[in-house]
Ligand binder design. Structure first.
Ligand SMILES: NC(=O)C1=CN([C@@H]2O[C@H](COP(=O)(O)OP(=O)(O)OC[C@H]3O[C@@H](n4cnc5c(N)ncnc54)[C@H](OP(=O)(O)O)[C@@H]3O)[C@@H](O)[C@H]2O)C=CC1
Ligand SMILES: Nc1nc(=O)c2c([nH]1)NC[C@@H]1CN(c3ccc(C(=O)N[C@@H](CCC(=O)O)C(=O)O)cc3)C=[N+]21
Length: 288
């Protein structure tokens, strides 16, 4: 296991703390602020970890927080009706809907049912369109976390060669758009890509969000590259990322560990997004 003070490990702690300090200051400056509601549908291990950490951090920040667990037998109509109630509930600041959801639930329809001004993850199609226009202030949390961690290296993003492995709507595609907004040259790989290694070997930065333990090995990156590991894989050896950290660490210039890398920053970004949603609700005349 990498030693704690290994300089090649790009840990999330410092970035996380900076973002949380800012959010805490904003919350303390408000006479009142609504609650963040986190919805899970069914039982998914990595969702439980995420929601537990959301609750812990919201408590630290004195941000009102509620978690709702809906059974995996809940119907689409029940979900939409509940979300509509939340849109109209002035005590609720924002709503995040955890993924995945059971197969019978139409996730995109539910994302659209969350009012854009309460969409603290920026996944409503009306919200995520903003990042096409380089308005990345409120973006999907993990994608924003990956960008913050690349920025932490101090590398100039303009012209940076980035390979994004994975093209999900919540991570891969937003990461690509957000890094393009910073001036990077981005290649996006997926399971139809003929050779991921052909692309990743020439990249200054490789971001992996696939969900396959140790998909990225030391032969797939160039010496000194930045490796951002977003994968979370439950294995008999515990939680592993998508990168073979111990082996890749010997070649990379920076690598985010799992745990201790992207995850903690994701939680912090969610809190920051909640404060941005609050500011937008005031600007829209929803709140005084
Ligand atoms: N730390 C955090 O905050 C978060 C972590 N995660 C983790 O990130 C991982 C990815 O999640 P998510 O973004 O939702 O992605 P999805 O699980 O929705 O999809 C996986 C992506 O990987 C691509 N892919 C699959 N196999 C390969 C391959 N062999 N080579 C290249 N690409 C491949 C898929 O392409 P295709 O669609 O063509 O099959 C797809 O784009 C998961 O482990 C998840 O748990 C997710 C969210 C937040
Ligand atoms: N709509 C939606 N958005 C998401 O961003 C989303 C989601 N659904 N579904 C589940 C995945 C997973 N995810 C994690 C975020 C942080 C940690 C996290 O805090 N990890 C810490 C601590 C781990 C621990 O406490 O053991 C770490 O990596 O150090 C984990 C997992 C977000 N996800």
């Amino acid at each position: 296991m990498a030693k704690d003070n290994d300089p090649r490990l790009l840990r999330g702690a410092a970035v996380r703390q900076r973002i949380l300090d800012e959010a805490a200051q904003y919350i303390a400056s408000q006479s009142s602020i609504g609650k963040l509601v986190s919805i899970s549908i069914g039982e998914v291990a990595e969702v439980a970890v995420y929601v537990r950490n959301q609750a812990r951090v919201a408590h630290q920040l004195k941000l009102p927080f509620d978690q709702e667990f809906w059974g995996s037998d809940v119907t689409q109509e029940e979900c939409k009706a509940r979300l509509q109630e939340m849109n109209d509930d002035p005590s609720i600041l924002g709503v995040i809907l955890q993924r995945p959801v059971p197969d019978h639930i139409n996730l995109r329809s539910l994302q659209s049912a969350i009012h854009p001004l309460k969409d603290v993850e920026g996944m409503n199609p009306a919200s995520i369109g903003n990042i096409i226009y380089n308005d990345v202030a409120l973006a999907p949390c993990t994608a924003a976390a990956a960008v913050e961690l690349i920025r932490e290296t101090g590398l100039n993003m303009e012209g940076l060669e980035v390979v994004m492995v994975g093209h999900s709507e919540i991570v891969g595609k937003p990461v690509a758009m957000m890094l393009m907004a910073e001036g990077a040259t981005v290649t996006v790989c997926h399971h139809m890509t003929r050779s991921v290694a052909m692309h990743s070997r020439r990249a200054d930065v490789v971001v992996v969000a696939v969900g396959k333990a140790h998909l990225l090995g030391p032969d797939m990156i160039k010496p000194g590259a930045v490796v951002i590991d977003i994968g979370i894989n439950q294995t008999p050896d515990g939680i592993l990322g998508d990168v073979d950290t111990e082996a890749v660490k010997e070649v990379a210039g920076w690598i985010t560990p799992v745990p201790g890398g992207v995850g903690p920053v994701t939680v912090a970004i969610l809190m920051r997004n909640a404060t941005i949603a609050h500011q937008r609700q005031i600007a829209s005349g929803w709140l005084t």
